[in-house]
Design a protein around this ligand. Structure first.
Ligand SMILES: C[S@@+](CC[C@H](N)C(=O)[O-])C[C@H]1O[C@@H](n2cnc3c(N)ncnc32)[C@H](O)[C@@H]1O
Length: 480
């Protein structure tokens, strides 16, 4: 159906051309959709008063200006069932909460509380408390769901805080106490938030202990005391607090989250760049590998770059300085935390995400009307024009039982066009100790032969230290 211009000169969007991102559930009061590659939101007549309240007092403009809410504009577009169509900015690389490093997760929790403090001052709140409405633009978590703003009196304080605990506080506790993998796995079950008795250790048992005591020792003096406390607690939770008390409560939570100490223990890779992080502004101090990667990136000129297994991001920062849109991923939370903190001060717009290339999370969640999964595969969300995979493939071969087709199969999923991958030969000091006769296929020649099945052009350049090579693969083939 052709796009139609109405008598008032406005463009009417043909419903067949749009794709809704959410269901038609009445809980979705302002549905998000894509049209011609851009992101929009349809506001029904019933939601117009909220839009007016937000914009007429300038609150939404303030939230956008202070980077608490994604850039959003009113449009002239017309759509069946919509009283107003809004346009949102598109975020280049969308990562899901279970892909955030612990520093990012902490920052998202703080931002969410700050947003609710600001909303409460105008008599508003978000209808629920979970991280799935936040999207990182570089290191800034932006709230994106305009549809979940509601009058403050509509939310139930105790439910909101319990949700906040399950969706933000417990995952953060798990991540910062060395159980990050557990937190990430549990968070993939979006509709089943973490419960306090799923947390390891006895830290939270006291919260339930006295309620249990009340039940089991009903007739004793201790039991009666506990029952009284339980009644008081129920009464306290059912009361809706004044706005002032609500804001004070949120500010207390914010301070509590800010005080959380990020993990500092050493991991195998957390200090990889500790002594060798040359200044990007001084190319004369760079290694041969760094000089060659910089040169090849200039030649390929990709608009977007994914530095995969990028550790704390020397090459990702190099690509940023060349003006590219960059995402850096790794499966070491501490290395990513270092990069996140550095990026927060430099503000280069780089995105970061936790990614284990051995086990990338595919499309998941329920199936929608078009037969696709609600949550998109990581390969799709973090795909770039060029992927860097440096200092990685020998680990995949010797510790993860990968062979060359597995390597190129996995890496090529993340690139739209090109790949710069490092090959570390048998002459390297580490590979020497791992190599034996059963790896006689592990040669640069075989590596390049397999690369040619996935890419149109393959070219080898020297890397450093000696015995390492940069294999530059151009133009991914659609079929290997
Ligand atoms: C030798 S460092 C290379 C860092 C950087 N790419 C470079 O060349 O300077 C290897 C990196 O690979 C990461 N890594 C190892 N196995 C990984 C996996 N399965 N998925 C993602 N990253 C991985 C490590 O955490 C580490 O940061």
């Amino acid at each position: 159906m052709a796009t139609e211009i109405t008598t008032t000169g406005k463009i009417r969007i043909p419903p067949a051309e749009i794709e809704y991102a959410t269901s038609a559930s009445p809980a979705h009061t302002a549905r998000i959709f894509t049209w011609q590659g851009e992101l929009y939101r349809s506001i029904p007549q019933s939601s117009l008063p909220m839009w007016k309240q937000l914009t007429e007092e300038g609150l939404l403009q303030e939230l956008i200006h202070e980077r608490l809410f994604v850039e959003t504009r009113e449009t002239d577009l017309q759509l069946e069932g919509a009283a107003l169509v809004l346009k949102h900015d598109r975020i280049p690389f969308v990562s899901y909460p279970y892909e955030w490093c612990s520093a990012a997760f902490q920052s998202a929790a703080i931002q969410f509380l700050e947003l609710n403090i600001r909303l409460a001052k105008s008599g508003l709140a978000t209808s629920d408390a979970h991280p799935w409405n936040l999207v990182f633009d570089g290191t800034t978590p932006l709230f994106v769901d305009y549809g979940s703003f509601v009058p403050l009196e509509q939310i139930h304080r105790a439910d909101f805080i319990n949700q906040f605990r399950a969706q933000f506080w417990y995952p953060l506790q798990l991540m910062t106490s060395g159980h990050g993998r557990l937190a990430r796995t549990l968070m993939q079950e979006y509709s089943q938030p973490i419960q306090e008795d799923e947390l390891p250790g006895l830290r939270y048992l006291w919260r339930r202990g006295w309620l249990r005591l009340a039940k089991s020792r009903g007739h004793s003096r201790l039991g009666r005391g506990a029952q009284k406390l339980a009644r008081l607690n129920r009464f306290h939770l059912q009361r809706q607090p004044s706005t002032e008390i609500w804001i004070k409560g949120l500010e207390r939570w914010k301070r509590r989250v800010e005080r959380v100490r990020l993990p500092r223990q050493r991991t195998f890779w957390s200090h990889y760049y500790a002594e060798d992080y040359p200044d990007h502004a001084q190319p004369e101090t760079w290694s041969e590998k760094q000089i060659t990667v910089a040169k090849v990136l200039e030649e390929l000129a990709p608009a977007t770059v994914h530095d995969l297994a990028g550790n704390s991001g020397w090459y990702a920062q190099l690509a940023c300085r060349q003006g590219r849109q960059v995402v850096c991923t790794d499966n070491d939370d501490l290395a990513l935390n270092q990069l996140f903190q550095r990026e927060q001060s430099s503000n280069s717009g780089m995105s970061l995400a936790y990614l284990n290339i051995v086990n990338p999370v595919g499309p998941h969640g329920t199936i929608d009307a078009r037969g696709s999964r609600l949550y998109t595969a990581v390969e799709q969300r973090l795909q770039a024009d060029c992927v860097l995979a440096l200092g990685l493939t020998h680990h995949l071969v010797f510790t993860e039982m990968f062979d060359f087709p597995f390597i190129f199969g996995a890496l090529s999923q993340f690139t739209r066009k090109d790949l710069i991958v490092e090959f570390v030969s048998r002459d390297d000091e580490y590979v020497k100790t791992w190599w034996n006769d059963s790896y006689d296929w592990y040669t640069l020649e075989n590596f390049c032969d397999i690369a040619r099945q996935y890419f149109e052009e393959v070219d080898v350049q020297d890397s450093s230290p000696a015995g390492r090579y940069l294999v530059v693969c151009r133009q991914r083939r659609n079929e290997p």
